[in-house]
Design a protein around this ligand. Structure first.
Ligand code: NDP
Length: 453
């Protein structure tokens, strides 16, 4: 008991230090707190990590690059945005992590994402360090030419800090195939080199099959393993999915593939509930709506009148077996968690990064809900980005089956690591603890091997 109390004190004191050194960076505080709560007891019982002051060193990014991005809109006005690249940790490989374009992007958001990315990438077993970048630029409502001019302007500065052996950016919220193509085209022009410095590229210029689908598919492969532990399968289960972007759409697709019934999808305007289930035909219509026409989820009910649109609401009050938050950070709070628990949800698997608030995640776990943290469940995206790098370096593209097979193996490997470090005395698996400690060990061992630096 005394030991437990002193570890709790050490966690609080460590996190007070984080708050003091990183004032007003609330998302970053949240990510570090979640991590230290599971990792600190492990560090305290392993003197090599404790003596090496490793947690302190790990929570400082290697560097943060901040720059101005000026661009001209279609009416000739000059606009100015701020952009960042947070190169968090390259102990186990070159920096790797997405770029996000959204008005809510701040240094705090990118630090939390870069920190999480470091351990997620370690879990994949591939040699990738952690980074994240982006801008407070809002792509919504912009013409293709405006997006192009913004991407080209951003790359003029970003190109100085990235490279196929240094830092390899990819997509994230607001950065899909269109943006990666503009960014890669400009990088190629500026450097005169055709190398795999960005991932998520088009298939005819270095992209990998399955990359678009990888994050969503990976979430479902991981979820299948979690259900396997309790002798359950996805077949026949009712599922709530939030978001309607890259992660959400392909999470829904794999759920449908596995015989589950997808009841909801959402965007920042609200959510749709289709009691008949969203089948593959409806999903194809949605892909066209969201990826080609760049429409809103509310339009679904005009096409499928049995469904209902809930303006400005989130899907977590609908009764189902499984929940997949796939939109953005902190989209599932304490009240949402209470609703899910009251409705006897069996499992929550995080497709987005840190979609559950700290108290929501705790409530769910305390109630016995099987809970997969983002850094384990959504690692499939970056894993296939790593496989895209391998194909670029080999100059040989792999088949769909080859990439999908490797993705499945990687998600199984991540699940095994969670079981290794997260199995409890009560014979259940604490996936948060398992993922955090497994990721930590890999990065920490590399940092210690390099000495002090
Ligand atoms: P997209 O931009 O493709 O889609 C994001 C979706 O989330 C959209 O439906 C968007 O709605 C919705 N959304 C964004 N902000 C909010 C908000 N504040 N409230 C409600 N809904 C919101 O992004 P991705 O699908 O790529 O990313 C989703 C999440 O998954 C992010 O957390 C990202 O970091 C994470 N992730 C992504 C990976 C990838 O490979 N793409 C890999 C691993 C994690 P709207 O259109 O209205 O803004």
């Amino acid at each position: 008991m005394i030991n437990e109390e002193s570890t709790l004190d050490q966690i609080s004191s460590f996190n007070r230090g984080i708050v003091q050194r990183n004032p007003a960076e609330f998302e970053f505080h949240q990510a570090v707190q979640e991590f230290t709560e599971s990792v600190m007891p492990f560090v305290k019982s392993n003197s090599k990590y404790d003596d090496g002051h490793i947690l302190h060193r790990m929570t400082e990014p290697d560097r943060i690059i901040i720059f101005r991005v000026c661009w001209e809109d279609d009416s000739g006005h000059i606009n100015c945005n701020r952009a960042w690249r947070v190169q968090f940790n390259n102990s186990i490989g070159p920096y790797k992590g997405g770029l996000r374009f959204h008005p809510s992007v701040t240094q705090s958001v990118l630090k939390f994402l870069g920190f999480e990315q470091t351990f997620k990438n370690a879990l994949t077993g591939l040699p990738m360090g952690g980074a994240k970048g982006g801008s407070d630029f809002n792509p919504k409502g912009k013409s293709d030419r405006e997006i192009m001019r913004f991407c080209q302007s951003l790359m003029i500065e970003l190109s100085k800090y990235i490279g196929e052996d240094t830092d390899i950016p990819a997509g994230d919220i607001g950065v899909g195939g269109r943006e990666i193509s503009y960014l890669f085209g400009q990088y190629k022009k500026l450097t005169g080199r055709f190398v795999g410095t960005l991932t998520g590229k088009g298939l005819s210029y270095g992209g990998s099959l399955i990359r678009t689908e990888a994050t969503g598919y990976g979430v479902i492969y991981f979820t299948g393993h979690m259900l396997g532990v309790i002798n359950e399968t996805l077949k026949g289960k009712k599922a709530l999915v939030s978001g309607s972007g890259n992660v959400a759409i392909f999470c829904a697709e794999k759920l449908i593939d596995e015989g589950a019934k997808v009841l909801t999808l959402s965007d920042s305007g609200g959510f749709i509930h289709d009691p008949d289930g969203i089948d593959q035909e409806k999903l194809e219509w949605l892909k066209d709506l969201k990826f080609i026409k760049r429409g809103r989820i509310s339009e679904y009910v005009n096409k499928y009148p049995n469904a209902k649109f809930y303006k400005d609401e989130r899907p977590w009050k609908i009764k189902a077996d499984l929940a997949f938050p796939c939109a953005t950070q902190n989209e599932l709070d304490k009240n949402d968690a209470k609703n899910l628990i009251e409705n006897n949800i069996l499992l929550v698997s995080e497709g987005a990064n840190m979609p559950s608030t700290l108290d929501a995640a705790k409530l769910l776990q305390d109630a016995g809900v099987i809970f997969a943290p983002a850094k384990a469940a959504n690692a499939g995206g970056v894993a296939v980005s790593g496989l895209e790098q391998s194909q670029n370096a080999l100059r040989i593209p792999w088949s769909r089956e080859e990439v999908d097979g490797r993705l499945k193996q990687i998600m199984e490997h991540i699940h095994k690591q969670c079981v290794e470090y997260g199995s409890t005395e009560e014979k259940s698996i604490n996936y948060v603890k398992g993922a955090n400690i497994a990721g930590f060990v890999k990065v920490a061992d590399a940092m210690l091997a390099y000495g002090i630096g």
